[in-house]
Design a protein around this ligand. Structure first.
Ligand code: SF4
Ligand code: SF4
Length: 262
């Protein structure tokens, strides 16, 4: 186990202002914490046979921007976070390569368009499952990974590396409270607690909703992560309730939603 390399990597992440970083050994995919699990071709070593560790980073989606969703504001935030994730994971892989450890980044999404997603709603690698195995959170009824810091309002990117890095422990506590706010709020009726933690109940309905928002230039949806009460970010932004918000917030949302999309 390379403790010094992990310390150098974490220092680099700090300097890049990456708030969430976790490390999983690639072997963890073979001993998953729940069933059914994914087929072996989705494991890190199937994608990059040299992989011994997976580094997962998380960047938050700022709650007040998400509260305007669906909107051009959240659409642009989503794109910005995705770009940063790709750049950070690429740079971290480059750092590890320069240190002598073969490494590759995995881009944050793995599909070309919503149309592709509607035909085949699975990516070649799951960052959410990687984040779970790297100890960053636990799955919620809304099929996202919920973190103590930001609830489900986080996007993840990963690096597959030949370096043998000390892994982080998995979170012991299940963070989803089963409040079912996400199930009730979903405009597509795509969520069902009975499918927890195996996946989204109705991917086709979710993708159809996304396709319509994309046509209006205000995708993604994000309602099921907006309403989730878990996460320190709620306290940071003074959002102690998830109900529609007070008048100034409603006015802000109404204003933003009038512009920038169809
Ligand atoms: S993204 Fe929107 S449509 Fe999809 S599950 Fe969440 S709330 Fe439902
Ligand atoms: S909204 Fe409630 S049920 Fe849904 S993921 Fe969050 S805590 Fe779980």
């Amino acid at each position: 186990m390379n403790d010094d390399l992990k310390a150098a990597l974490l220092d680099r992440c700090r300097r890049m202002e990456i708030p969430l970083v976790g490390i999983a050994s690639a072997d963890r995919w073979k001993n998953p914490p729940f069933q059914p699990w994914m087929p072996e071709e989705f494991y890190p070593q199937s994608i990059f046979p040299e992989a011994r560790s997976v580094i997962v980073i998380g960047l938050p989606v700022h709650l007040p921007v998400l509260e305007t969703s669906p909107s051009i504001y959240y659409h642009e935030l989503y794109k910005t976070v995705n770009t940063l994730l790709d750049q950070y994971t690429y740079r971290l892989a480059s750092f590890l390569n320069a240190c002598g450890y073969p490494s590759v980044f995995v881009p944050r999404d793995g599909y070309g368009s919503i149309e592709v997603l509607q035909k085949n709603p699975v990516a070649f690698f799951s960052h959410r499952h990687a984040a779970l195995l790297a100890g960053l959170g636990t799955f919620g009824v809304n099929n996202t990974l919920i973190t103590p810091e930001y609830g489900p309002r986080v996007r993840f990117g990963s690096v597959l590396t030949a370096a043998d890095l000390p892994p982080d422990p998995l979170l012991g506590e299940d963070l989803c409270t089963r409040c079912m706010l996400c199930v009730r709020a979903c405009p597509a009726g795509a969520l069902d607690a009975r499918d927890y933690p195996r996946g989204l109940t109705d991917k086709a309905s979710c993708a159809a909703n996304s396709a319509e928002l994309a046509r209006r230039h205000i995708s993604p949806c994000g309602i099921c992560i907006k309403v989730c009460p878990v996460g320190e970010d709620r306290r940071h932004y003074g959002r102690t309730t998830t109900a529609g918000g007070e008048d100034p917030r409603r006015r802000a949302r109404a204003h933003v939603q009038k512009y920038g999309g169809l």
